[in-house]
Write a protein that binds this ligand. Structure first.
Ligand code: 0A1
Ligand code: ZN
Length: 881
């Protein structure tokens, strides 16, 4: 373990800075091997503090060449550098600070600050990357107007970009080119960006609702210029949607997107200059799957929406991260729901919550949507901050209704435009705009852990009443016990024997605090106490309960329903999300049963599933989800003790039983949905392909005819969705020789295309059949692999540890050793990625004892490694605590 352990930072310690930075002038001299950065900061003493003229600035891995205050060069004894801090003293009210630093983008493998990706320079400054560029007050509440000059060899870097508008472009006496950008909007340093490279640009324009003409530009490496159309289209649709749904207009004359191959995350919302992981922006039909198209659409929208939720109104400190992320994920989710199917989007989001977020909430890294403390902020770009944060905003939407919610966001944007604010301010705007008290609701931001709601009901036929008792509790999480009851919106319905919703008359009308218990317009029951009983009256028959429709709250629901009731709801529930939920519960029961003995699909269930497959009036994408078994990770979240090998076996048996029992139906469904004509990434075609390829995957498992069809589809497909689906089917066919032959052919066809090759890597690493330890180890020395590229690491190491659970959880523990080796290696080069890869190892406590001990031993080995980064240290130490 390291000598001086990194320290936690606490929300309660927040203090305003001693100085503000009114203006920031930057000049970057890009040279081979190093970059000189000249900054000129116009400071202003913070009047609200009794500051004494001393100041601490943040900096990391900087070579400090000169510091001037008000034009005077400081002698070495006039400032102090200690670790990552620069201390200055004796500053006046409005000093000008000029600093010359030298940095080495070429050596920057952490991909934070200024770094090289291929032949270009780019930046990533969120959360604390700017301090790797120059000494600064690198915190989101310090907002400044930036002017940035880039000086470089114009022939090698014809494109030089930064935030805002280009205000000058000149050739210097020495022949180098200097391009200057000015961003009129005050912003924190985390939104700063710079790009320089030999890039091509795809252009378009957008006219805003106020009549402003905006130039839209996507910059890519030349070979990718044919992959920009869809992102541009998604961008225009996002801009229009934000005007229509939130009344938000874009505010600069230019909006730019740049695609880079080496990027730690998906994308970044830098003001006017979004930088994207190339996998989240580039697509054409031959190389991108429908899933990739949809990911691109939602990430383009997400980053664009940040222009208001994040940039115009930003975060006071990083404990408020979900203020921008939760809200923006909610916004992009509604956008995707509007572009495609709202039900399907809800299913996908609930699936992530249950598979990944509930796991986080139940593990050692559990934290509230507004954390109280952290060691390394990079570790807090989590599903809790993003997805649970979005769910919390979604509950506000459910509680306030569409119009009330919009009143709240209008007030929030108006009130706080240009400010760095808190989650409290966001909720306050919702309260003030609607005249409601959300004090109890705020607990959703403060309490970690997944609440459990258990439901029990009793039907009293003689009086036509159903008595429903709901109890809520929330498990202890690290540092938090004895949680209070939360405000949980329960969207619900009562279904009669014909499958119709019955009228709801509920009492009592108000709870102990006088709050209404039922909102008829949204069909929401408000659970606000630890235990509440609701009486539904006027019932002419015993209803089937449908609770938490539309996944109305991020909770675990415990409710006894028989397999027959579940099957009934799978068939009849008027809420598409709950049809899926009922089906998943049923399948969980089947999997548990199949772990113990051979499984045969019950005749009744067979009939219902066959009916779904044949029903062409249903949304095909929804049907494909209804027929998809819960993943092994999903199943694990419903177990107290996890035995990955047993779950794998149970799931495999159920899958085979479904495939065999519905063989003819799958074949017919596949044939019915075969598409002719040109591929287009549009909703109607996408949903049909989703179901067609699901049918193919089952059909393959049941018969040679299906397998032959997969081979044909693999060879003849004119689009990646179909080719990839066929490849996955062949890889998982159980015929090792066929799998390898298909993988080889695919690689030969696509080895020139990095993004396709990454998909090829992840298909094999993530497969139970091919993703063996021996195989993934060989992939690490394949020409297509590169330890410096996060996408490739995710495709091989991430896919192995998160998807092929039976391989990762080998009973000899070798999978854990292998992952720990990867983490230790990456700790030295890219701590953010190292730390993210650790997640599967944090789950050791719930595993069966033998595996648990083996996994823990690997965490201990990592903990004992020299020079652990704060990122890895935090996750490992919290996991072992
Ligand atoms: N704000 C970005 C996410 C992001 C965060 C950190 C990064 O680098 C460490 C990069 C991107 C978003 O929400 O899209
Ligand atoms: Zn975001």
């Amino acid at each position: 373990m390291r000598e001086a352990q990194p320290k936690s930072i606490f929300l309660k310690d927040y203090q305003q800075p001693a100085y503000w930075i009114v203006e920031t002038g930057l000049t970057f001299e890009l040279q081979d091997g190093y970059t000189d950065v000249y900054s000129r900061l116009q400071l202003q003493r913070n009047q609200s503090l009794t500051a004494d003229g001393s100041l601490r600035l943040d900096g990391q891995q900087l070579e400090t060449l000169e510091i001037r205050i008000d034009g005077r060069v400081l002698a070495a004894d006039e400032y102090r550098i200690e670790g990552d801090s620069l201390f200055l003293s004796g500053l006046g009210e409005n000093p000008v600070l000029e600093i010359h630093t030298r940095i080495q983008p070429e050596q920057n493998t952490a991909l934070e600050g200024l770094y090289r990706s291929g032949s270009m320079y780019c930046t990533q400054c969120e959360a604390e990357g700017f301090r790797r560029i120059t000494w600064y007050l690198d915190r989101p509440d310090v907002m400044s107007v930036f002017t940035t000059a880039i000086v470089a060899d114009g022939s090698r870097y014809p494109v030089m970009l930064s935030n805002g508008n280009c205000v000058a472009d000149e050739i210097l006496e020495n022949g180098r080119r200097k391009v200057t950008w000015h961003d009129p909007h005050r912003k924190p340093a985390y939104l700063f960006a710079l790009v320089a490279g030999d890039l091509l640009c795809k252009e378009d324009t957008f006219t805003t609702m106020g009549g402003r003409n905006v130039a839209l530009k996507i910059f890519v490496e030349p070979q990718n210029i044919t992959k920009t159309e869809y992102a541009l289209d998604a961008l225009k649709r996002s801009m229009r949607w934000d005007e229509e749904v939130y009344g938000r207009e874009y505010d600069l004359d230019i909006f730019m997107i740049v695609a880079v191959d080496d990027f730690n995350m998906g994308a970044m919302e830098n003001k006017g200059l979004n930088i994207f992981n190339s996998s989240c922006v580039l697509a054409n039909p031959a190389t991108a799957t429908d899933a990739a198209y949809q990911r691109i659409e939602s990430i383009v929208a997400h980053e664009y929406f940040h222009n208001w939720s994040g940039n115009r109104v930003t975060c006071r400190d990083w404990f408020q991260l979900s203020l921008k992320e939760g809200f923006t994920v909610f916004r992009d989710a509604c956008f995707s729901a509007d572009m495609h199917s709202a039900t399907v989007k809800r299913i996908e989001d609930a699936n992530i919550m249950r598979t990944v977020q509930f796991a986080e909430d139940g593990g050692p890294m559990a934290h509230p949507v507004q954390p109280d403390s952290f060691i390394e902020i990079s570790n807090f770009y989590t599903v809790t901050i993003y997805e649970k944060g979005a769910e919390v905003v979604g509950m506000l939407h459910k509680i306030l209704g569409k119009d009330g919610f919009r009143k709240g966001t209008d007030l929030y944007f108006d009130r706080h435009d240009g400010q760095a604010v808190t989650i409290y301010d966001f909720v306050k705007a919702m309260e003030d705009a609607n005249g409601v008290d959300l004090t109890q609701f705020r607990l959703w931001y403060k309490q970690a852990g997944t609440p459990v709601v258990s439901a029990s009901s009793e039907y009293r036929g003689d009086v036509g009443e159903l008595h429903l008792t709901l109890r809520q509790s929330c498990p202890d999480t690290p540092g938090q016990t004895a949680k209070k009851a939360m405000w949980i919106p329960v969207q619900m319905g009562l279904i009669d024997s014909q499958g119709n919703d019955m009228p709801v008359n509920v009492s009592p009308a108000v709870n102990a605090d006088g709050l209404a218990t039922w909102t008829a317009s949204s069909q929401v029951l408000h659970l606000t106490e630890a235990e509440q009983t609701f009486v539904f009256s006027g019932l002419t028959e015993k209803p089937v309960l449908s609770l938490f429709r539309d996944f109305s709250a991020p909770v675990r629901v415990e409710m006894q329903q028989t397999d027959d009731e579940l099957l009934f709801r799978l068939q009849h529930d008027n809420d598409g999300f709950n049809r899926w939920d009922a089906g998943q519960r049923l399948m969980l029961n089947w999997i548990a049963q199949a772990e113990r003995s051979e499984f045969e699909l019950p005749a009744k269930a067979r009939a219902v599933l066959a009916g779904l497959l044949a029903d062409s009036t249903l949304d095909a994408a929804m049907v494909s989800y209804l027929l998809t078994l819960p993943s092994e990770a999903y199943v694990s979240e419903f177990r107290d003790v996890v035995d990955p090998q047993a779950i794998h076996l149970g799931r495999k048996r159920v899958r085979l039983a479904l495939a065999m029992a519905l063989k003819d139906e799958f074949a017919a469904c596949y044939q019915r949905l075969l598409q002719h004509g040109e591929y287009r990434p549009e909703p109607a075609q996408m949903t049909a392909r989703a179901l067609k390829n699901l049918a193919l995957s089952y059909w393959c498992e049941a018969s040679d005819a299906g397998l032959n069809m997969a081979m044909r589809q693999f060879e003849t497909a004119d689009n990646m969705t179909d080719q990839m689906a066929a490849l996955v089917a062949l890889v998982n066919s159980g015929d090792a020789e066929l799998a390898q032959r298909s993988l080889d052919a695919f690689y030969q066809q696509w080895k020139q295309d990095v993004l396709v090759v990454n998909q090829w890597l992840s298909v094999q690493s993530g497969s139970a059949e091919t993703g063996t330890l021996e195989h993934v180890s060989r992939l690490l020395s394949h020409e297509a692999f590169d330890w410096r590229n996060p996408n490739k690491i995710r495709s091989v190491v991430g896919a192995f540890a998160n998807q092929a659970l039976c391989n990762f959880h080998r009973t000899d523990g070798a999978g854990y050793v292998w992952l720990a080796d990867a983490v230790i290696r990456l700790n030295a080069t890219n701590p953010q990625i190292a730390s993210r890869l650790l997640t599967p190892l944090t789950k050791w406590r719930r595993l069966v004892p033998v595996l648990s001990a083996l996994m823990r031993a690997q965490l201990e080995r990592i903990a004992a490694t020299q020079d652990l980064s704060p990122d890895v240290y935090e996750v490992v130490s919290k996991s072992l605590a």
